[in-house]
Design a protein around this ligand. Structure first.
Ligand code: MG
Length: 160
C-alpha cells in the first residue's frame, strides 16, 4: 500500500462558477483558476500523485498549457487514475476535507462522491468528503478563499 496527501487552495471571486467534485455548487462565487478550478478534485489528484511519489498536479497539467484552459478537473483525475493503474495500483480510499464558508455543501456531497468514485473506477464507499467552515475567521472565513486537504491510500491492483 502507498499513502498520499494533497492540499489545494484557491482565491474566490464573484461572478464565477464554483465546481467541486464535478458538481456546480454556486453560480455566484467561484475559484480563480486556469482549469475549471475544482479545488476538491485537485486535492484528490495531488494525494494520488503524492502516493506514487510523482510531481504534483501543476507539473502534470501546467497552467501554461492552452489545452488545460477551462478543462474539467475530473478528466484530469481519470488520467491520473490511469497512470496509477499503469504503475500497478488502484485507489483503496480517499478522505477529503473542504474548508469553505458558503454555500453549505451537504446537499452536494453525494453527487461529488459519485463523480469522484466513477472517475477513479471505484465504489462510492471509497470516497469520504467532509465540509467545514472557518467560523468567519481568516481568508476562508471571509469567503476570500477555499482550501481542501485530502489523504488517500492506494493498494496493489489485482488483475482478475
Ligand atoms: Mg488547484
Amino acid at each position: 500500500m502507498r499513502i498520499g496527501i494533497g492540499r489545494d487552495l484557491h482565491r474566490l471571486e464573484r461572478g464565477r462558477r464554483l465546481v467541486l467534485g464535478g458538481v456546480v455548487v454556486s453560480e455566484c462565487v467561484g475559484c480563480i483558476a486556469h482549469s475549471d478550478g475544482d479545488c476538491l478534485v485537485h486535492g484528490v489528484i495531488d494525494a494520488m500523485l503524492g502516493a506514487m511519489a510523482m510531481p504534483n498536479i501543476g507539473v502534470l497539467f501546467p497552467d501554461s498549457c492552452e489545452k488545460n484552459r477551462g478543462r474539467s478537473s475530473l478528466s484530469m483525475l481519470v488520467e491520473v487514475a490511469e497512470i496509477v493503474a499503469a504503475k500497478g495500483y488502484v485507489l483503496s480510499n480517499a478522505d477529503a476535507v473542504i474548508m469553505l464558508e458558503q454555500p453549505k455543501l451537504s446537499p452536494f456531497v453525494g453527487a461529488m462522491r459519485h463523480a469522484i468514485a466513477r472517475s477513479c473506477g471505484v465504489g462510492e464507499g471509497s470516497i469520504g468528503i467532509k465540509a467545514t467552515t472557518a467560523e468567519g475567521l481568516g481568508h476562508i472565513g471571509e469567503s476570500m478563499a477555499i482550501e481542501v486537504v485530502c489523504v488517500c491510500l492506494l493498494k496493489t491492483l489485482v488483475l482478475k
